[in-house]
Write a new protein. Sequence first.
Length: 161
Amino acid sequence: MSKILSRVFFASSLAFAALLAYTPMAAVAADAAVSMTDLASQVMQTERAFAKTMEVRDHQAFSQFLSEETIFFSGKKALHGKQEVANAWKRFYEGATAPFSWAPETVEVLNSGQLALSTGPVKDPQGKIVATFTSIWRQESPGVWRIIFDKGNDVCDCAKP
């Protein structure tokens, strides 16, 4: 009887070990798919919170989204670093009404999970689309995304051929 129990125990142990070996790989694969979705959601929420700073007129909060080494393109000039960008954008936060608003439409995250792109329309106070923006975000710590590049492009108001 003890030989039979030993064999059953051995077979059960092997089956359990195989199950343990397989389960983490399946879980990692499932987590990888979920985490990419979660990362894109994090960037979408971060971009919306970033845009909200303009709506509520909070320049200090705007600055918190900037990486220390951020680069914003302002016309043909590039603004380098958090302080230069914050100083240049301060004028947009003066006054009771925001001069423009923006909202993300698309977010893509690299497979590494470290960089993401967001893009969407920029609207004037009446809601007319006047430009588009493209931002590159870097995950600086888990769940903390800061903008490293930003560029706006005017929308062509020209007649189509």
